[in-house]
Write a protein that binds this ligand. Structure first.
Ligand code: SF4
Length: 431
């Protein structure tokens, strides 16, 4: 059978697709990147905002219109929060809740007439889906209750995968050509809270028991990190970049968000990272216009963000999410103010990013090359997770790693560049 996997939302949704794809390939089935070509379509939906809900509904309609004959399976947060509603959508044959994701393949085998061919040798489906780094799910769920967050409600309590299971998945992916893995979860810092382990132990085991050249961390809430955590980064296989969501630079707003980390603690974490690795790249998420956010609190946020200096920022304007406490808080900020604050923060973020990139000029970077562009240039990511292009023509192909000297910052595209040593000419970057 031909199975198509689709996801909206977070990297965890993407990591789960990879797990299911490998399982089905082991059972003798094929993965297709074209839903029109599939016998079964599995859609991993998202509900992080009302907009994500809308997009999930839209995607389900589109997939059904695109291939009405295919069996459609919907899982993920949108389906978990509204199982009956989704079950009644046109074209949906099966809904699998987040709490059943570990057994999704069994659910399909129980509900559909799927032939099984045991112990089939499989290649990894990432390349089939045009990807060069693998997201590895290490845990699910979260014990915290940030007031704006629906994920903690949709994904339930924390549950960690075993170290051995994670190690064997990473080794399988490395053997099949993957050079970089990205550690992901709902509350990555909570890894092992249910098994007596922790993130430090897991990363130490991955460094000791696998040969994967590059290990990257996806988004990590800035708390529950063991004290000696940043010592791990002395091993240059652990990429010196972390995405630490701060969400606001005002402690009074952070209190209304029920965030565990206030600005002073966040600063301490950033200082630890930068003293471990001077060019350590810290990126973040920020919500503009949280209920009750006064002009004074906003100015505190602007000042704090500038004082930290981030390599990249994801900036969201607050949108009330039904089912969360924040949606019922008084002092909802008007649209125009939210928009103006978001614009102001985007401008600051661009300035901070350019400053961050300029710190790398003249330094050497290790780049994972991913894509050859139609101009003959190559596009890749440095260990600090900065996008980089090379006109140098000596890149050996996708999923290869090479060490390069950083020449310049492309200020219009906010990325790094290496230009052609032979010709000394810079080729324009396609849109
Ligand atoms: S820690 Fe993250 S996942 Fe957990 S409730 Fe807060 S925002 Fe949601």
């Amino acid at each position: 059978m031909n199975i198509n996997f689709q996801a909206l939302g977070c990297r965890l949704n993407e990591a789960e697709l990879e797990g299911w794809a490998s399982q089905f390939m082991k059972l003798g089935h094929s993965v297709t990147s074209d839903s029109a070509d599939a016998d079964i379509v599995v859609f991993n939906s998202c509900a992080v905002t009302s907009e994500a809900d809308r997009k999930s509904r839209q995607q389900i309609n589109r997939l059904h219109r695109n291939n009405p004959k295919a069996k459609m399976v919907v899982t993920g947060c949108h389906a978990s929060l509204n199982p009956q509603v989704v079950q009644d959508y046109l074209g949906v044959d099966l809904v699998v809740g987040n709490d059943e994701k570990e057994v999704l393949v069994d659910r399909l085998l129980e509900n559909f007439d799927i032939p099984v061919e045991e112990n089939k040798v499989v290649e990894n489906s990432l390349f089939l889906r045009g990807r060069h780094r693998a997201f590895i799910k290490i845990q699910d769920g979260c014990r915290y209750r940030c007031t704006y967050c629906i994920v903690t409600i949709a994904r339930g309590e924390e549950r960690s995968r075993s170290v051995d299971e994670i190690i064997s998945e990473i080794s399988f992916l490395h053997q099949s050509g993957i050079q970089e893995i990205v550690i992901t979860g709902v509350h990555v810092g909570g890894y092992g809270s249910d098994t007596g382990s922790n993130l430090y132990i897991l990363l130490s085991e991955i460094l000791a028991r696998t040969d994967i050249p590059r290990i990257r961390l996806a988004s990590v809430e800035p708390w529950d990190l063991p004290d000696n955590f940043f010592e791990l980064f002395q091993d240059d296989r652990l990429m010196p970049h972390m995405h630490l969501p701060i969400q606001s630079g005002s402690d009074s707003v952070l209190r209304r968000m029920s965030r565990r980390c206030k600005t002073a603690e966040f600063t301490r974490i950033v200082e630890k990272a930068r003293s471990a690795i001077p060019l350590f790249n810290i990126t973040t998420d920020l919500i503009a216009g949280f209920p009750g956010e006064s002009e004074q609190e906003w100015q505190q946020t602007m000042k704090y963000i500038e004082s930290v200096g981030f390599g990249h920022m994801h900036i969201f304007t607050f949108s009330p999410r039904e089912g969360t406490k924040a949606a019922t808080l008084s002092g909802q900020v008007d649209k125009a103010t939210k928009k103006a604050r978001s614009r102001e923060m985007h401008e600051l973020a661009a300035t901070l990013k350019r400053k961050e990139l300029e710190r790398h000029i003249g330094s050497t970077a290790s780049v994972l090359w991913e894509q050859e562009l139609n101009t003959g240039q190559w596009l890749g990511y440095t260990e600090h997770y900065h996008r980089i292009t090379s006109d140098n023509g000596d890149i050996c192909g996708a999923s290869t790693i090479s060490s390069v000297g950083i020449d310049q910052v492309d200020t219009s595209r906010l990325m790094l560049r290496i230009f052609n040593r032979k010709s000394g000419v810079m080729v324009d970057f396609p849109d």
